[in-house]
Write a protein that binds this ligand. Structure first.
Ligand code: MN
Length: 263
């Protein structure tokens, strides 16, 4: 290599390194620096495997069964269902065959159960047409959208966000995810919840106002959905209070039971 050539190469290398450094600074400025501590990735076990489903976001649908919309004071023929979110780390995983202890939360004196089918997405997008929406679903499970009803109602009455009623620790209770390759895409079948052996909620999935496919489609108009998103698909009527010591048994046809004890 001649001196001139070596200089050219060195200069080019320095320029490349300067460019890389600037790129790196840019990346750090955009949030890609070294974390100062680690934060756990929230996951849900996948039934029958040692693998887990990493969770990105939790979406919930409100008033997706007409009889529940009516008991919550809205007219399902005039007001469509709507969405809200829970924080991902509100998840409580409940193993099959166990009654998991579930702590009665702070601040509430009217703590409610809402049993729901939950869909877990392996892909997403925006403006997903309903006929393509189920291609995004990895699997399903049985969930409880636990609710501090008194706080929700109080905030709702003041026209304030009712996040405090829905988005708290352990508020997103779930069984392990059953892959759609095994359970299909359930659109009918019984969904129920019993407290201490007495059935309180008893309905069927075909009474949803928006199907899971329609929920995904509607959600994707408002948010870019991605792999790792899960969707609580709404609860049927007869939501109600639980107290410490109560045992809740959740059933959806085709799924293992999911059970918690309020402690
Ligand atoms: Mn709900």
């Amino acid at each position: 290599m001649t001196t001139l050539n070596r200089r050219t190469v060195l200069a080019a290398g320095a320029a490349a390194m300067a460019g890389a450094a600037a790129g790196s600074e840019q990346a750090v400025a955009e949030g890609a620096g070294k974390p100062i501590f680690s934060v756990a990735q929230i996951t849900i076990p996948i039934a029958g495997t040692s693998e887990v489903f990493p969770v990105r976001r939790i979406y919930c649908i409100g008033r997706n069964y007409a009889a529940h919309a009516l008991e919550r004071g809205s007219d399902p023929t005039r007001e469509p269902p709507f969405f809200f979110q829970k924080p991902t780390d509100a998840i409580q995983n409940v193993p099959v065959g166990k009654v998991a202890d579930h702590p009665y939360p702070s601040l509430t004196k009217n703590y409610h159960h809402e049993v729901e089918l939950v869909a877990a997405l392996k892909s997403g997008g925006t403006n997903i047409p309903p006929e393509k929406a189920l291609d995004c679903v990895y699997g399903y499970t049985v969930g409880l959208d636990m609710t501090r009803r008194d706080l929700q109602n109080e905030m709702s009455g003041m026209k304030k966000p009712w996040e405090i009623g829905k988005s708290f620790d352990h508020a997103a209770v779930l069984g392990p995810i059953q892959p759609a390759s095994k359970v299909g895409h359930p659109s009918k079948g019984a969904i129920s919840l019993a407290v201490n052996g007495t059935v309180r909620q008893d309905s069927s999935l075909d009474k949803m106002i928006w199907s899971v496919a329609e929920q995904i489609s509607k959600l994707s108009e408002a948010f870019e959905l991605k792999a790792g998103d899960i969707i609580y698909s709404g609860t049927p009527e007869n939501v109600g209070p639980v107290v410490k010591g109560d045992v809740l048994l959740c059933k959806i046809e085709g799924f293992p039971d999911m059970s918690i004890k309020i402690v």
